[in-house]
Design a protein around this ligand. Structure first.
Ligand SMILES: *[C@@H]1O[C@H](CO)[C@@H](O)[C@H](O)[C@H]1NC(C)=O
Ligand SMILES: *[C@@H]1O[C@H](CO)[C@@H](O)[C@H](O)[C@H]1NC(C)=O
Ligand SMILES: *[C@@H]1O[C@H](CO)[C@@H](O)[C@H](O)[C@H]1NC(C)=O
Ligand SMILES: *[C@@H]1O[C@H](CO)[C@@H](O)[C@H](O)[C@H]1NC(C)=O
Ligand SMILES: *[C@@H]1O[C@H](CO)[C@@H](O)[C@H](O)[C@H]1NC(C)=O
Ligand SMILES: *[C@@H]1O[C@H](CO)[C@@H](O)[C@H](O)[C@H]1NC(C)=O
Length: 660
């Protein structure tokens, strides 16, 4: 799994270079750059840094001013229509040192192919650890090259004054789309004549909304900058964690933004929790506490959780931080075991213990650990729900024990076990001051398994998230905190996944030609009904779930003859057989000597998607959104069947007999 994670991150970085739209610096279309950039909103009292840069490209299409950056730029801030005061006066800070550097970038694909980067000289200043507390509109003006100006309009939003929620439980289904929720519901919930007899927990939440996920400088986001948006209220760039990516070399000196977790810590003094089924330094958990434009700096990231942001210099400390989240549960032992991937090669379990943490490495120890102290739980490379519960033999032979002793990590908790235990620890740790708590719990491998087109494992992770939400609600009710807890469930971005029909895996396996195999896919009428069945029994209350006994809310049978046929809007060369991968997560494509990924010869034997007699694309399984405004529109919140829409409209018009 680590190999896959590394490949994905590698692919991301490569994707940036190979993109169709190259930029000198994201968020800076002119030669003068202001970060935070134009159209930034702040929460009153939130800490942030400012970075201004003046660019002088020495060659390329933007070459100007003889390549000499203006070191005499001025930077001022005005509130409303007031006077524009120098930033130093406005914030009562000393004039920052002028910094100078040079960077290069490719203007477009032709420049890249020709190996001809444009070279840019930069003059810059950074103003750090600032805050705006008066709500209203602000204008930041950078003046340079005698007459050029870059203007950033900022808004400090009017803050709420009355606290409504005591605790916040924030779930992120990484990469989770409505079409995945729909497909997960199809395989795990019983339907009679087109109507579900049970629902996902997510289907039953009180309010439904949608969020736009675009980045500061690209319309497709990654998990780092989308998590930055979710946790700070600021748009950022791909790979950036709670900073605006600047053009300097150091990826830890970029202008920072305070996160929700840091603010909860600083202003309320309450405990915070970070739970993920990814390696714990991965982007979605990292964005709670880390500050760097490079999400791949795992050793520094786990160090920042504990010790706060890496210092820019010896005289200035970023004034806020997570200061060691009370709960840190996930994978990624290699960032803690003394070695090439741990901070400065040291034993970082020891560093956490020295700061008062209990450290646990398996589910038994997790359940047994006390709730009083902070807990670091690192559990392995984090097996998927399907492997932990249906194919546990896939956990053998990996030698991935988080202790580093070379044994297999067979006693791993799932998202549910980690989340419920985290609630208990946070609840206990806030008891004295009654501060409430903040927790983020991430189902990371919905995304990771979608990346490798392993739809069954991705849906297993999604069902585990849903099961975790259900169990968390029950648990919060049991401990009397449900009414006081804001629960939010969202995703950071989607994948182009959907289901377009059913597949007869037995017929497919018997065909020898590509077109023959494609005719095993049934569309429309021939999609049939879900071949997955669910029990109405209850989950065994121990961790050794037997194949075929996972219901309710999970399929009983993961390899029926009639499966769902799913496809992807963006995929490497690959083949489908529409059957579950029993030997472990899928590797759809493998690289050739030329570095290009092609169909993995070991992967599925069939090609193509829809039958040869279909001239067009076909309808798909995804739910569709419904938006409504005005009187009666409140009844359109939630998730419901198409027949319900009629009743809602009829009710809004009082067409029923009791209304006349
Ligand atoms: C900056 O201003 C000083 C004094 O006005 C001048 O001597 C210097 O040449 C200017 N530098 C640049 C790069 O314009
Ligand atoms: C800019 O100058 C550098 C150094 O001389 C050179 O390598 C590069 O190809 C030039 N780029 C362009 C776009 O001309
Ligand atoms: C490694 O050690 C150096 C020098 O003590 C320190 O500045 C740096 O922050 C350490 N790095 C990490 C990731 O802990
Ligand atoms: C350290 O950084 C702070 C904040 O940017 C700055 O005010 C200060 O001048 C810097 N100190 C040194 C010695 O560079
Ligand atoms: C769990 O971890 C503890 C150490 O924290 C160890 O003593 C125990 O043997 C482990 N249990 C299993 C099942 O691996
Ligand atoms: C776990 O539960 C299953 C089903 O209830 C049971 O058959 C099995 O023996 C239990 N395993 C353990 C280790 O208690």
């Amino acid at each position: 799994m680590l190999g896959i994670a590394a490949t994905l991150i590698g692919a991301c970085t490569f994707g940036q270079v190979a993109a169709q739209t190259f930029q000198r610096l994201g968020g800076c279309p002119k030669l003068g750059c202001v970060f935070p950039p134009d159209r930034t909103d702040f929460l009153s009292g939130q800490f942030f840094d400012i970075r201004v840069e003046v660019h002088a490209p020495i060659n390329g299409s933007e070459a100007a001013h003889g390549g000499v950056a203006d070191e005499n730029f001025t930077f001022c801030i005005q509130r409303g229509r007031g006077e524009c005061q120098s930033a130093t006066r406005f914030f009562s800070v000393k004039e920052p040192t002028l910094e100078k550097w040079t960077f290069s970038y490719f203007e477009d694909l032709f420049a890249r192919d020709a190996g001809a980067p444009s070279i840019v000289n930069v003059a810059s200043k950074a103003y750090r650890g600032l805050t705006l507390t008066t709500p209203g509109e602000y204008t930041a003006r950078l003046k340079y090259f005698s007459g050029s100006e870059t203007v950033a309009n900022w808004v400090v939003r009017e803050p709420a004054t009355k606290r409504k929620a005591k605790n916040v439980l924030f779930f992120i289904g990484d990469g989770m789309t409505q079409s995945m929720i729909t497909a997960a519901r199809l395989i795990a919930h019983k339907s009679i004549n087109g109507r579900y007899q049970t629902l996902m927990q997510m289907d039953q939440m009180d309010n439904l909304g949608h969020q736009m996920t675009h980045s500061l400088d690209s319309f497709i986001t990654d998990s780092a900058n989308s998590a930055t948006a979710l946790y700070t209220g600021k748009k950022a760039s791909v790979s950036a964690l709670n900073v605006y990516a600047d053009s300097s070399k150091n990826s830890f000196d970029d202008p920072k933004i305070e996160t929700i977790a840091e603010m909860f810590r600083r202003r309320i003094g309450g405990p915070i929790g970070m739970v993920s089924t990814a390696v714990i330094a991965d982007a979605t958990p990292a964005a709670l506490c880390a500050h760097t434009r490079d999400r791949d700096r795992f050793p520094e990231i786990v160090a920042e959780y504990l010790n706060n942001a890496i210092a820019i210099n010896s005289t200035f400390t970023w004034p806020t931080g997570c200061s060691g989240p009370d709960v840190v549960f996930g994978g990624g032992a290699e960032n803690f075991i003394a070695g090439p991937s741990s901070p400065n090669g040291t034993d970082f379990y020891a560093a956490y213990r020295a700061k008062g943490y209990n450290v646990v490495w398996n589910n038994t120890a997790l359940q047994a650990v006390g709730n009083d102290k902070k807990v670091l739980g690192i559990f392995s490379s984090m097996a998927k729900w399907v492997d932990r519960n249906v194919f546990p033999q896939n956990l053998r032979g990996l030698k991935d024990s988080p202790s580093g002793d070379g044994t297999d990590a067979v006693d791993q908790p799932g998202l549910k076990q980690m989340t419920i235990k985290a609630i208990d620890i946070l609840q206990q740790r806030q008891k004295q001051k009654k501060t409430g708590w903040f927790m983020m719990s991430e189902a990371a491998s919905i995304d990771k398994m979608m990346h490798v087109l392993d739809y069954d494992r991705a849906l297993g992770e999604l069902l585990e998230l849903d099961d975790t939400i259900r169990a968390s609600i029950e648990h919060l009710k049991k401990i009397g905190e449900y009414e006081d807890t804001l629960i939010v469930i969202t995703a950071d971005h989607g994948h182009g996944f959907d289901v377009f029909g059913g597949a007869d895996t037995k017929y497919l396996a018997a065909q020898t030609t590509d077109i023959g195999k494609r005719s095993a896919v049934g569309v429309y009428q021939n999609s049939g009904l879900s071949g997955y069945t669910v029990t109405e029994g209850s989950l065994p209350n121990n961790n050794t779930v037997i194949f075929g006994s996972q219901g309710p809310n999970f399929p009983v049978q993961w390899n029926p003859r009639y499966t769902y046929a799913a496809g992807f809007g963006a995929n490497p060369d690959h083949r489908e057989d529409y059957a579950i991968n029993q030997a472990g997560p899928r590797l759809p494509a493998t690289p050739g000597d030329d570095g290009i990924f092609r169909v993995n010869p070991q992967d599925q034997p069939a090609d193509g998607t829809i039958p040869g007699d279909q001239p067009q694309g076909v309808h798909s399984l995804t739910d569709v959104s419904v938006f409504a405004n005005g009187p009666g529109s409140e009844t359109f919140r939630g998730v419901y069947n198409n027949i319900d829409i009629f009743f809602k409209i009829a009710d809004a018009l009082a067409l029923g007999s009791s209304g006349r």
